[in-house]
Design a protein around this ligand. Structure first.
Ligand code: CP
Length: 293
């Protein structure tokens, strides 16, 4: 259709702060139960080539709350098992003419291979170690609900920074939006160029302690030993009381209990882990509205 521009969500780098703030405002309204125009009759295809619980099913709930028709793809029952490629699989679903494709893949920046090939908007639901824009948006919503502003907040992203798309996307967007962002964790899985600081300094001085999952599935060549990880780089009953007054603990999930965080602290009063999960639905409703309206 001439003059019709497709709005994708590949990475937050491609969005202005105004666009991001508008999504957060709409997500906040959804969280308060304010009703928007329905997106009835719109078909969303959820193409998850990597496992997911939070992102996949919160998209499906968001789509149902907007009265859309979600269609989920199961890779084991698809022609991927007959060696069809990722690219061809996405093109096949695009050819079915749905209204939006939600895609997760282990391939970093997979969306680049699809530029100008698709007829419907695409939402990146996580690309390898690259980006996870809807996770970052739900983190921003959780932070703004907690602190009211991003100005002068200090954030420590701790753990497996090297393999984390959440760490990479959050480091960039939190910096852009006005926070002071640091990283910390074991040297073998850190990125020292991302404002690396000492773990004990981080947990005593930052407003947000953002723990990362150890991504065992991406440690193909790593010899890193995780014994005693929780004692050295995790949150535990010995160090939880060292946190700055008012500081909160976040984690994108899924949590390796007793690794990044001692199991009984997952629901500690400082933890916002399940609040993040809840905000995922509202943010994804707002993102669907952003690409479809
Ligand atoms: N945080 C996150 O992306 O979780 P899932 O892998 O369960 O979607």
């Amino acid at each position: 259709m001439e003059g019709f521009v497709i709005k994708n969500l590949n990475t937050l780098d491609e969005m202005s702060l105004n666009e991001i703030e508008s999504i957060l405002e709409n997500a906040q309204k959804f969280s308060e139960g304010l009703v928007f125009k329905r997106l009835a009759d719109k078909i969303a295809v959820n193409l998850f080539f990597e496992p997911s619980t939070r992102t996949h099913y919160s998209f499906e709930i968001a789509e149902r709350k907007l009265f859309m028709s979600p269609l989920s793809f199961f890779r084991e029952a698809s022609s991927l098992v007959k060696n069809e490629t990722f690219f061809d699989t996405v093109r096949v679903f695009d050819s079915f003419c749905p209204d939006v494709l939600v895609v997760r893949s282990s391939e970093e920046a997979f969306y680049k291979s699809l530029i100008n090939k698709l007829h419907v908007p695409i939402i990146n639901a996580g690309d390898g170690t690259g980006s996870h824009p809807t996770q970052s948006l739900l983190d921003l919503l959780t932070i703004i609900q907690e602190f009211g502003s991003f100005e002068r907040l200090s954030v420590a992203i701790i753990g497996d920074v090297k393999h984390s798309r959440v760490a990479h996307e959050n480091f960039k967007i939190l910096t852009r939006i006005g926070c002071k962002v640091y990283t910390s964790g074991p040297a073998e899985i850190s990125e020292k160029n991302l404002n690396y600081i000492d773990f004990n300094y981080a947990i005593k001085n930052c407003d947000i302690i953002y723990l990362l999952r150890i991504q065992h599935e991406r440690h193909h060549f790593s010899k890193f030993c995780f014994d005693n990880y929780n004692k050295i780089y995790g949150l535990n009953f010995d160090n939880i009381n060292l946190l700055k007054p008012g500081a909160v603990v976040m984690h994108p999930g899924p949590v390796n209990r007793d690794v990044e965080i001692e199991s009984k602290l997952v629901e500690h009063p400082r933890s916002r882990i399940f609040k993040q999960v809840k905000n995922g639905v509202f943010v994804r409703m707002a993102v669907l509205r952003y690409v479809l309206e």
